[in-house]
Every structure is written in structure tokens, then in C-alpha cells.
Design a protein around this ligand. Structure first.
Ligand code: MGD
Ligand code: MGD
Ligand code: MO
Length: 835
């Protein structure tokens, strides 16, 4: 999230699209309700009339998988009707930047320029800017980048700042604005309705209502989650929402922003910590065998030419310093060579790729640690069978999940499966302490309430036991490459016992001199601004810098910024800066410079995040821009307003057209892998970069055989695979059975009555669920034909003592997005019949 839950109350218009936030994120409703009480309008866009929709002012149905068409149409509507925020777009975005004249998008082929059929990827050169001037970093004694020359800083050639050519009148045919305008001019109301299936009046009302937030003083917020992300173009779905929010001037303002309602506790923290295969903690890039074989190539490839990421070497070297401690030195590139490198085809090691490796017998051992892929991952029948090829499987969980007992699934033959399965009993959240982050990026400390039951242990204790054994073996036997293991810093103990508080010191960062974890003496860094690239600071997660910085009480979370619980609220905007700690730097609304005009005057005087008085900045939120500087003589000077509102980009302006994504320069509509219609917007059915679609395991189904669009989702009463909630008899009593929602029309066509058992099937699997025949789902008219959609909840499997059922993921396709590798759980084809 760029904002946080409390900020919903500041919105003039709320748009929930691709989330059922009342059901899945109930606390958000407290803040959306405050907006409604203050007169806001709420729009919900969802294939079905959800519990959230029942509270909204406007409900707009949409066929699953077509959100890019919906938002592309909105962009077109806003541009055509001149409803965009001119001053914001011209000054704070790259709308005026000139793009390479060879840039092109061809609707006939559905491809952007630079497509290479052989490598099946884009060369993104033609999506880049035309350069105006080139500036080298000033590393002289008085220069801003003098630190590059410092002792201990590894040698690298700093990047050259290539300032792009611009046309502030936005008239040049090669400027981003004109290219974007042309691109979305194809997305007319009629075309969008044909693709998405809503009626033109409703669609226009949605567009008009949301576009009203283009007025400078108005703000609109978008709440989204899996309805947007779980598609093979899920990242582009997310990006097109950014385009809408930028064109309306809704990013960086109170009551605006892109608000992904996060899922599992603690998915925000896990993502920060590099749960994704291509990440290094704090959203830095993990070393790659081809792109960054050594430290120098990493530094040269990753360091930005301008903006805040010019500091990346400081974050990364401090990261290595924490990873390898005293063993990380300038001479050995701070241990860079000891980090494993992502091989050329890194996709193999994503979740979907992992099971292909298992299927091929290449991956022989598997840890399912606090996850239940035999029920939660796509194409679970294939996954169960792939698991049979494992020599061993370890499940660290508090209960015997479907994964731990995959061999016991109704369709398996245990006698023929040789996999050795272990369960490590895990303590649950109430039985251990540590940090957790909410959707708004707030770090909070959780205290242990009770001791773990039986032999269960906190996950970090299990890791520690495992780690010690591995080190012991490497010490005794050497092995192929013992250095990475033997040189890793692992001293997170208090009185000899593994403990999350020393981990917090590492996450916050500290001065290496003056710190010795083992004796408990730490010199914690005030903030990430204090990080250095010369080995003098260590930090496991630069974005957390400052959350745990009180060196006088290193063992007491309550005396740290993370432990604050004050209610002060400057500006009365729900910022609560003294409640817990929000990364980065306790900033509640990211890009908050964009909340004020070029003179630093807030667009809305009642929603002041930052304001330039003429001599200084008023700051209700922590400023997200260079707002002051310290001179050589130590005096501090305020920096007057300028156009640098997005300092995490090297341009310091937000991007509409961009080279940042692998699959498109501008988000473009493609159909889901399995779709009931053909793509009418361009000549390509699926995104050219869809991942894993050629794998035999996918078994793509066709419309002729499986004519019904299906989606999956959650309900309040259960949690994901139900491993936890189906163990609660009260929850099973409220929500005892897995159901499929279908329209009255489809039910009549198939001779199905409410509460009947229904078989749902496609090439991958077949499951039996209860029919929930409802008016909440209506048939769509898509490109002139009637198309039915159904929705299924997915909280069941064969395990559990109270409530069992079929695994809905037996039906979902194991294809993914090329940027995030998220599976396409939200749109695929099935057929149904009375069981
Ligand atoms: N009680 C409870 N709370 C939960 C969870 C739970 O299992 N139970 N899970 C947690 C987790 S891990 C997560 S990630 C979040 C998920 O939070 P949400 O994303 O809010 O939950 P979902 O129910 O998966 O899907 C949201 C909506 O997307 C709609 N949808 C389906 N396809 C499309 C589409 O193509 N476009 C659009 N616009 N909408 C579509 C569905 O009809 C559904 O109403 O919830 C978290 N909260
Ligand atoms: N069809 C379909 N499939 C989906 C989705 C969908 O919308 N549709 N949603 C997807 C999403 S967003 C998600 S996040 C995934 C979720 O997928 P999973 O994470 O595989 O599902 P959970 O049921 O949340 O499993 C979490 C497991 O962790 C255990 N656990 C809880 N606390 C702890 C702990 O402290 N330590 C340890 N070691 N274990 C613990 C629980 O008992 C449970 O077995 O499912 C995905 N699958
Ligand atoms: Mo999730």
C-alpha cells in the first residue's frame, strides 16, 4: 500500500475492484465507513455482487480477467473528456518525456516493438527516452557523490544521468502522453462492455464518478487484492491502476493511492524479507549469474543515476556486512561470491517452476514451512503426483496439512509412494514473539502470550537447530563449498538462546564498531540515511532503518519506535505518526510531495501532508523528497519546492510508459489462458510472455468443451486452505460446506437446484461442491454471446476431523505472470453438471 487503512477515511470516492474487502479485510470497513459517513461515494467492480458490493453506492459487474480493458477504457474516458489533473501530470509524471522514435505498438499483432520470437522476450530499448543531456556523478571533495571515493567503498563506475528530452506542451507525437492517448483510444465504452460484459450506462456512471477525483482538491482511492493480481498479466493489472491514479493526481495525496490489501499475516513482512526468488531483502535485486556475476556488475547494473536509489550501494553492502559479518571485507567484495546466483532461467525456482522440477525428478527434497501447497497452489492434482517423486518432505506446521499427508489424498495409493514425510510441530503466533507488518507497512511487535503446546517450537528456533546441525556437518565433512555456510553471521542469541530481538537489531542496522551481538552491546543506527557503503554499517533490511533504534534499551521493544502507542494526529488525517513505525522512515503516505502543487501549496487545504510556507516546509507526514540539506559548515537549509515528487525513480517523476516491466510498455488487454472469447482489442489471445503455458501439466481447456468462466475466492468464516479454520467446530458450523455460486439462468439450463451436489470439471480435475444458486451472479453478454460465470470458495481438502471436501485447486491452471510469477487462480474454464 502507498497509504494505510486509516487513510481511507479521507477519500472522496472509493473504488474496490478485485477485492472483497468487507469479507476478507474486515478492519478496512471501519475506515471505508468513515469515508461514507463523510459523504464519499463507493464503487465496487466484481464478477459477483459481494458483501462489499452490498454496502456500495454503485456496483458494476465484470467478467473475470478483463480489468485492463475496464481501466484502459477509464483512461480513454478521462483523456477524451479532459478530466485529468493537468498540473500534476505535466510536472510530476513522465507524460512530457520523449520516447525513442522506433517505439511502436501494433494492434494487428498485439506486440510492442522489440519482440524477439526466438527468446520469447522483449528488447526494451525502443521503450526508452530520447536523451537531452548527460551528466556524470560529481565525486569531487565538494560533490554530492564524494562517498564513492571513500576508503572501504568497492570500485565501480557510477552511472551517467541521461536527462530525457521533454515537451511540456504534450504535443510531440513521440511524447509519453501522445503515445498513451493513442494506445487507449481503442478502448471505447462499447469495446469495453463487449469484453467485460457490463452495460454502457453503468460503466459510464463508474467512469464519470471516479474521474471526478481528477479535480485537484479531490482524492480517490483504489482498494484491490487478488481479483487484480491472480492473472497471468496480474502485474500489468496492478500497473494500469497506477496509470489511472496518476492521471487523476491521486497518488501521494491523503485519501488516494494504490492500496493492495495484503493477505496472510505476515505477508508484508515476508515480501520485505525477500520471500520472492528474485529479491534480496528490502526489494534489492538478488545476484544473477549472467547479469551480475560479481559485486562490481551488481553495483553498476543496479545503482540509479539520480534519485534516492543512488544510495543502493550503501544498502547492499550493509546487507552483505550483516550476512557475513567480520568475514565480509573490501578485499573479498564483502562476501558477494558466497551468495548463490540466480541461474539464467530463474523461473525454474518460482513456486510453479518448483513443482515442474519435482515432477521431472530433479528436486528431491522439499520444506513446506507454514504453507500448504498441496491445497493452495494451482493444479493440485499435478502437485500431489509431483510430490511422489520426492525422497523426503518436511512440513513445519501446527497440524497435519494436506501437504504433510499428500500421500493420503483420496486419489493416491500410499503403498506405491516412497517419500519420507516429517512434521515439525510449529508454535502459532500467540506462542512466540516477533515483528509483524500490516497492509499499511506498519511494523508492530507481538508479544508471546502462552507457551507452545507439547513439543512445538517457534519457527526461528527450528531454523536455529537446523542451522547448527548444517554448520556442524560442514565443519566435520567440508563439502563442496563450505564458505557460504561457515562464514555466515549467526549470532541472534540472548543468554545463549535464539531470540527475535537481536534479529531486530540487524533489521534496523547498526555501526559495526561499537556493536557486539554476543555481549549485547549495540550501537543502533538512527535511520537508513546513516548507512554507508564502506563496511562501517551493517543492516539486514534497509527499509526498516529506524524502527528499533534505541541503543539504551535494546532488549525492550516497548522502548523502541516499533513499540510506540501514542494517538497524536497532526492535520487530523489519521496519520498517527507516534503509533508504531511505518517503513520507510515512518512515512505514512508514500510520495507525499505530490500532495502539493509546484509551489508547495497543498491541492486541498484541508488535507495537508506537506506545505511550503515560502521559507520552510510544514510536515504533518515524514516528507518523501529532498526537503532540506546540511551544508559543509553544519547549517541546515530548506530546499524550496521543485518537480521531484517521486524520488524512488531515477527521473524523480512517476512513469506512465515505462521499461520497468517485462511484458508491456503500456498495459494492454489480453485474454486469460482459458477464455470464452477471442481478444477483440489486438491480434494476440494471451500475453506474449505468459509463463509456463507450454508445460504439458497445464492441459489447457477450450471453450467448446468447457464454456463456463470460473473464479475462486475466500469467505470470512474460513482461511485459505482451512488448515486452521476447519479445526474450529464453530466455524465449520457457520460455513460447513464448500459451494459454487451460479446464476439462476445457468442453474435452470443445467437442471441444478439450490443445495444440489454439483460436479465441476475441466482437463485438470473434477470436484464436487454444493450449488448456491443466486441472483448475485448474472450471465454476461460478451462480444454478443451469453457467457456464464461461476465462483467457488477454496478452503477445503481431505484432511481434518470436522469438515472435509474436494480441493478446488485441482481445477486451476498452473500458468503465471512473467514479472511476479503469480498463478492465474481468478479466471479459467470449467463445465458443471448435477452430481
Ligand atoms: N476471512 C478470511 N480473510 C482473508 C483470507 C481468508 O482466506 N479468509 N485470505 C487472506 C489472504 S492470504 C488474502 S491474499 C486476501 C485476499 O483478499 P481478496 O482479494 O479481497 O479476496 P478474494 O476473495 O480472493 O477475491 C476478491 C474478489 O475478487 C473477485 N474477482 C474474481 N476475479 C476477478 C477479476 O478478474 N476482476 C475483478 N475485478 N474481481 C475479480 C472475486 O469475486 C472476489 O470477490 O484476504 C486475506 N483475508
Ligand atoms: N484457487 C485459489 N487458490 C489460492 C488463492 C485463491 O484465491 N484461489 N489464494 C492464494 C493466496 S493469496 C495465498 S496467500 C495462498 C495461501 O496458501 P498457504 O499459505 O499454503 O495456505 P494457508 O492455509 O494459509 O497455510 C498456511 C499454513 O501455515 C500454518 N501456520 C500458521 N501459523 C504458522 C506459524 O506460525 N508457523 C508455521 N510453521 N506454520 C503456521 C497453518 O496451519 C497452515 O497450514 O493460497 C493461494 N491459493
Ligand atoms: Mo494471500
Amino acid at each position: 500500500m502507498t497509504g494505510h487503512y486509516c487513510d481511507f477515511k479521507n477519500a472522496d470516492v472509493l473504488l474496490t475492484c478485485g477485492s472483497n474487502n468487507l469479507e476478507n479485510h474486515p478492519v478496512s470497513s471501519k475506515w471505508t465507513q468513515r469515508a461514507l459517513d463523510a459523504g464519499a461515494t463507493w464503487i465496487v467492480v466484481d464478477p459477483r455482487f459481494t458483501r462489499t458490493a452490498s454496502m456500495a453506492d454503485i456496483y458494476c459487474p465484470i467478467r473475470s480477467g478483463t480489468d485492463i480493458a475496464f481501466y484502459g477504457g477509464m483512461l480513454n474516458y478521462i483523456i477524451e473528456n479532459d478530466l485529468w489533473q493537468h498540473e500534476y501530470v505535466i510536472n510530476y509524471t513522465n507524460a512530457s518525456y520523449l520516447i525513442n522514435p522506433d517505439y511502436d505498438f501494433d494492434p494487428a499483432t498485439g506486440l510492442f516493438s522489440g519482440w524477439d520470437e526466438e527468446t520469447h522476450s522483449y528488447d526494451r530499448t525502443t521503450w526508452g527516452y530520447q536523451t537531452d543531456t548527460e551528466t556524470e556523478w560529481d565525486t569531487s571533495e565538494s560533490g554530492a557523490y564524494h562517498w564513492v571515493e571513500g576508503e572501504g567503498v568497492p570500485e565501480f563506475t557510477p552511472p551517467v544521468l541521461k536527462t530525457p528530452k521533454k515537451d511540456p506542451t504534450l504535443q510531440d507525437p513521440n511524447c509519453v502522453w501522445q503515445l498513451m492517448k493513442k494506445h487507449y483510444s481503442r478502448y471505447t465504452i462499447e469495446t469495453v462492455c463487449d469484453i467485460c460484459g457490463m452495460d454502457p450506462e453503468t460503466l459510464e456512471l463508474v467512469y464519470k464518478t471516479y474521474a471526478s477525483t481528477g479535480a485537484p482538491e479531490k482524492s480517490g482511492t483504489i482498494l484491490y487484492a487478488l481479483g487484480q493480481t491472480q492473472h497471468h498479466y496480474g502485474s500489468e493489472n496492478t500497473r494500469i491502476m497506477t496509470l489511472v491514479q496518476l492521471i487523476l493526481g491521486n497518488v501521494g495525496v491523503a485519501g488516494g493511492g494504490l492500496n493492495a490489501l495484503r493477505g496472510e499475516p505476515n505477508v508484508q513482512g515476508a515480501t520485505d524479507m525477500a520471500m520472492l526468488v528474485f529479491d534480496f531483502p528490502g526489494y534489492l535485486k538478488w545476484p544473477h549469474a549472467v547479469d551480475s556475476p560479481d559485486l562490481r556488475t551488481w553495483l553498476e547494473g543496479q545503482t540509479y543515476s539520480d534519485g534516492f536509489y543512488t544510495n543502493k550501494p550503501k544498502f547492499f553492502i550493509s546487507g552483505l556486512k550483516e550476512w557475513f559479518g567480520e568475514h565480509a571485507t573490501l578485499e573479498n567484495d564483502y562476501g558477494y561470491d558466497w551468495l548463490p546466483k540466480i541461474p539464467k532461467n530463474g523461473a525454474d525456482f518460482t513456486t510453479i517452476g518448483t513443482f515442474e522440477l519435482m515432477d521431472q525428478g530433479i528436486m528431491k527434497g522439499y520444506f513446506a514451512w507454514g504453507q500448504n501447497p498441496a491445497a493452495s497452489d494451482p493444479n493440485t492434482k499435478f502437485i500431489r503426483n509431483a510430490m511422489c517423486n520426492l525422497d523426503w518432505l518436511v512440513a513445519a506446521d501446527w497440524t497435519e496439512t494436506a501437504t504433510a499427508s499428500f500421500w493420503r489424498a483420496p486419489d493416491m495409493d500410499p503403498a506405491s509412494i516412497q517419500t519420507e514425510c516429517y512434521i515439525l510441530p510449529a508454535a502459532l503466533i500467540y506462542e512466540k514473539s516477533g515483528t509483524i507488518l500490516n497492509s499499511g507497512r506498519w511494523l508492530q511487535w507481538r508479544y508471546k502470550a502462552v507457551d507452545p503446546v507439547g513439543g512445538a517450537k517457534p519457527d526461528y528456533e527450528m531454523c536455529d537447530l537446523l542451522w547448527k546441525k548444517i554448520v556442524e556437518l560442514y565443519k566435520a565433512e567440508g563439502g563442496a563449498c563450505p564458505e557460504p555456510i561457515l562464514n555466515t553471521k549467526w549470532d541472534y542469541y540472548v543468554d545463549g538462546v535464539i531470540d527475535p530481538r537481536p534479529v531486530a537489531w540487524a533489521l534496523n542496522g547498526y555501526y559495526v564498531d561499537g556493536t557486539d551481538f554476543e555481549s549485547g552491546k549495540v550501537d543502533l543506527l538512527p535511520a537508513f540515511a546513516n548507512l554507508a557503503a564502506d563496511g562501517s554499517t551493517a543492516n539486514a533490511m534497509w527499509i526498516y532503518g529506524g524502527f528499533y533504534n534505541n541503543s539504551d534499551a535494546p532488549l525492550d521493544p516497548a522502548q523502541q519506535p516499533i513499540g510506540r502507542r501514542e494517538h497524536d494526529d497532526p492535520g487530523n488525517l489519521g496519520l498517527y505518526p507516534s503509533w508504531a513505525f511505518a517503513w520507510p522512515a515512518n512515512r505514512r503516505i508514500i510520495y507525499n510531495r505530490a500532495s502539493a502543487d509546484m509551489n508547495g501549496k497543498p491541492w486541498n487545504p484541508d488535507r495537508v501532508l506537506v506545505e511550503w510556507t515560502g521559507t520552510e516546509w510544514i510536515t504533518n507526514d515524514v516528507p518523501d523528497f529532498g526537503f532540506k540539506k546540511t551544508n559543509a559548515d553544519g547549517t541546515v537549509e530548506m530546499i524550496p519546492p521543485n518537480n521531484k515528487a517521486f524520488m524512488m525513480k531515477w527521473e524523480q517523476n512517476a512513469n506512465f510508459l515505462s521499461t520497468g516491466m517485462k511484458d508491456a510498455a503500456l498495459p494492454e488487454h489480453y485474454e486469460p489462458l482459458e477464455s470464452p472469447t477471442s481478444n477483440v482489442l489486438n491480434g494476440l489471445q494471451n500475453s506474449p510472455m505468459i509463463k509456463f503455458a507450454d508445460n504439458a501439466s497445464v492441459q489447457k481447456g477450450d471453450y467448446a468443451e468447457y464454456p463456463i468462466v470460473a473464479t475462486t475466492y475466500s469467505i470470512t468464516e474460513h482461511w485459505q486452505t482451512g488448515a486452521q479454520t476447519r479445526m474450529c467446530p464453530v466455524l465449520d458450523e457457520i460455513a460447513p460446506k464448500q459451494f459454487i455460486e451460479m446464476s439462476e439462468e445457468l442453474a435452470a439450463e443445467k437442471g441444478i437446484a439450490n443445495n444440489d451436489d454439483v460436479r465441476v470439471f475441466n482437463n485438470r480435475g473434477s470436484v464436487v461442491l454444493k450449488a448456491l444458486v443466486t441472483k448475485r451472479i448474472r450471465p454476461f453478454t460478451i462480444n454478443g454471446e451469453t457467457v456464464h460465470q461461476v465462483g467457488m470458495i477454496h478452503h477445503w481438502d481431505w484432511t481434518n476431523m470436522y469438515s472435509t471436501g474436494d480441493v478446488v485447486n485441482d481445477l486451476t491452471p498452473n500458468v503465471g505472470d512473467p514479472n511476479s510469477f503469480i498463478p492465474e487462480y481468478k479466471a479459467f474454464l470449467v463445465d458443471v453438471e448435477k452430481a
